[in-house]
Design a binder for this molecule. Structure first.
Ligand SMILES: O=C[C@H](O)COP(=O)(O)O
Length: 325
C-alpha cells in the first residue's frame, strides 16, 4: 500500500540523541551474522529474496538505447539461464519445494531495472518488442545533485511517468537539509508526490545520507520524506564520494519504525550505492529483518539498488544450491 503521507508536523523531527557506540553495535551484529555464515536452507532463500528485491541499475552518462536494451535483456534472462539447471538438479524433494518457493520463474527477475528518465522509453520499447513485462524505475529531479528548480524536478518526473516509469527515485536538494529548511523539503516532495498518479507510481526518496552528515539530520530528512508521502527512503545515489553504511541504515530503520507507529503507514527502505558483493547485501537484509521485522522482507518494502551485484549473488547461489544436489 502506498504511503499517502501526513501533514507536516515539526514535532516528528525530534529524535533521540543517537549514540555512535549503540549504532555501531547494532550494525556490527548484522555483519557478524553474515561473517559466521548461514545454513544453506537459510542462505538460499535469503539470496533468492535479494535477487527478487533488486533494482538492477544503470545510471551512467554514457547509457544509450543499446545499453538499456542490454540491461532489460539481462534482467529478464541472466538469472534464469544461469540458475535453472542448478535448480533442476536438486534431488531432495523437500528442499526442491522450499527452493522453488523462492526460485519460481516469476522471482527470477529483479524487482525493476532502474535507469535515467531519458532511457525509460528505450526500456519500454524493448519490453514491448519482447512481449514481456518488468517494472521500470527512473531516477529524477536532476540526478544525482538535485540542484534544479522544483519546476524542473516536476517536469522530469512527469516525463518519466508519461514514458512508462512505475517508480520514481527522486533526489533531494541537500542544501535544504544543511539549511534546516525541512518545511520546504516537505513541500517540494509533496508536490512531487501529487503527480505520482494517486500512489500508483511508487515514490522513492534518495536521502544521500553520507552528504547530509549527522545521524540526527539523516533521521530528520527521512522523517520529512515520509511525512511528504515517500513510499521508500533510499540511502544514496551511488555517485557520492562515500556510500551509505549499515549505521545510516540503523537510523533510517528507527525513523521508519517511529513513522509507522505514529501514522500507521509502512514505508520501505532501499539500500544503494557500492553494494557489489552478496555478503554486503545479506548484511543489509539482516539489518532490515532485525530492525523492522520479517514483514519488511519483500520487494514492496525492501530494495537493494545495484549496478554490479547480480553476478555475485548468482555466483554464490550456484555454490549454495550445489549443497542440495
Ligand atoms: O540507485 C542505485 C545506485 O546508483 C547504484 O549504485 P552502484 O552503481 O554503486 O551499484
Amino acid at each position: 500500500m502506498s504511503n499517502p503521507g501526513i501533514i507536516f508536523d515539526e514535532s516528528m523531527l525530534i529524535c533521540v540523541d543517537f549514540k555512535e557506540e549503540d549504532i555501531i553495535a547494532i550494525a556490527d551484529e548484522c555483519d557478524r551474522f553474515t561473517k559466521i555464515g548461514f545454513l544453506p536452507e537459510l542462505e538460499a532463500p535469503y539470496l533468492g529474496l535479494i535477487l527478487h528485491m533488486m533494482d538492477l541499475t544503470s545510471l551512467n552518462s554514457t547509457d544509450n538505447r543499446s545499453t538499456t536494451e542490454a540491461l532489460v535483456d539481462k534482467a529478464l534472462t541472466y538469472t534464469k539461464t544461469t540458475l535453472l539447471t542448478d535448480i533442476k538438479q536438486i534431488k531432495n524433494s523437500d528442499h526442491l519445494c522450499s527452493i522453488y518457493e523462492y526460485f519460481n520463474t516469476s522471482t527470477l527477475t529483479p524487482a525493476t531495472i532502474c535507469v535515467s528518465s531519458v532511457r525509460v522509453i528505450d526500456a519500454i520499447q524493448r519490453l514491448r518488442f519482447l512481449k514481456q513485462t518488468l517494472d521500470i524505475a527512473s531516477v529524477a529531479g536532476g540526478f544525482p545533485m538535485g540542484q534544479v528548480p522544483l519546476s524542473s524536478q516536476i517536469a522530469e518526473v512527469e516525463f518519466a511517468i508519461s514514458h512508462g516509469a512505475s517508480e520514481i527515485d527522486i533526489v533531494i536538494d541537500r542544501g535544504l537539509v544543511i539549511d534546516g529548511d525541512f518545511k520546504k523539503l516537505y513541500n517540494n516532495l509533496r508536490a512531487i508526490k501529487s503527480i505520482c498518479n494517486n500512489g500508483e507510481v511508487l515514490l522513492k526518496t534518495i536521502l544521500s545520507v553520507s552528504e547530509i552528515g549527522s545521524y540526527s539530520l539523516v533521521y530528520k530528512t527521512a522523517m520529512t520524506a515520509m511525512m511528504a508521502g515517500s513510499d521508500f527512503i533510499k540511502t544514496s545515489t551511488g555517485k557520492e564520494a562515500q556510500n551509505a553504511t549499515l549505521c545510516h541504515g540503523v537510523v533510517m530503520c528507527e525513523a521508519i519504525k517511529t513513522y509507522c507507529h505514529k501514522s500507521g503507514y509502512q514505508v520501505g527502505i532501499k539500500a544503494a550505492g557500492g553494494i557489489k558483493f552478496y555478503e554486503q547485501a545479506i548484511s543489509w537484509l539482516v539489518l532490515v529483518k532485525n530492525q523492522l521485522g520479517n514483514d519488511w522482507l519483500k520487494a514492496s518494502l525492501f530494495r537493494i539498488g545495484a549496478s554490479s551485484l547480480l553476478e555475485d549473488v548468482v555466483k554464490r547461489l550456484k555454490v549454495v544450491l550445489k549443497k542440495f544436489q
